[in-house]
Design a protein around this ligand. Structure first.
Ligand code: PLP
Length: 240
């Protein structure tokens, strides 16, 4: 798929990056889909950041996407994310950690991640001691009643947000959610927007909304999403 030399053989940062035309076509299709959904919603597309979720894909794919102008990347597993961030440290990238965070791993994640999308419990905030740099974060809200889906239940949102606001190294950006499997995404994202409004009563600067994936990003844009987390529509199917 890519002709980048395998790691270690040559300095891959100076090797030409071969870009798959399928990849650039898929990226272009998503970019125009995002622009169309923004226009439809009467929003400025410049207010929307598309994070490309590259989990299960090799670092070489991230290099291709970087050559196509992508700077925001998402990963959801610590081991894989930390290896990729290290291998790609020559590129100027923003790493978004979008997966569930284990308490005992959060300090390691904070070493390479620039943005945490799934802060969902006060204990996680407490496990992160003061850091040498500020970490942006979203609090994840569970839009279902199933506690296994991740995210704080809405009635716990403000207490969690207060703990983030009190942390010297965390900068609260807003709310994050994944659409439930059994509900119209637009309806669920409308609720999320309401929680975002409630959060802004407490933290007026925390205006961002991380929502929208391959299947539902247009609905998320219609309900005010500022950060889309898009994987397969751009990367293609995940390799086994
Ligand atoms: C994998 C993942 C995505 C991207 O999913 P696609 O359906 O491939 O676009 C977005 N958010 C989170 C939290 C993910 O784990």
């Amino acid at each position: 798929m890519s002709d980048i030399s395998s790691r270690g053989e040559t300095d891959s940062s100076s090797a030409p990056v071969h870009i798959s035309s399928l990849l650039s076509d898929r990226l272009a299709a998503v970019r125009s889909g995002v622009a169309a959904a923004a226009a439809e919603a009467g929003r400025d597309v410049a207010d929307i950041t598309t994070i490309v979720v590259t989990k299960f894909h090799p670092a070489s794919l991230v290099r291709e996407l970087h050559a196509l102008g992508v700077r925001d990347f998402g990963e959801n597993r610590h081991q894989e994310a930390s290896e990729k961030a290290q291998e790609l440290s020559d590129l100027d990238l923003t790493w978004h950690f979008v997966g569930q965070i284990q308490g005992k791993k959060i300090r390691q994640v904070a070493q390479y991640a620039d943005v945490l999308h799934a802060l969902d419990r006060i204990r996680l905030v407490e496990a992160l001691n003061e850091q040498p740099r500020t970490l942006d974060c979203f609090v994840q809200i569970n839009l279902t009643e199933n506690d296994e889906r991740g995210g704080v239940q809405p009635d716990g949102l403000l207490a969690l947000a207060e703990s983030v606001l009190a942390h010297p190294s965390l900068n609260l950006r807003g709310v994050m959610a994944v659409a439930p499997l059994d509900e119209e995404p637009r309806r669920a994202f409308a609720r999320l927007r309401g929680y975002s409004d409630a959060l802004q009563q407490l933290a007026p600067h925390a205006t961002d909304i991380s929502a929208g994936m391959t299947q539902d990003y247009a609905e998320a844009i219609a309900e005010g999403a500022t950060h889309l987390r898009i994987g397969t529509a751009i990367t293609g199917k995940r390799p086994d």
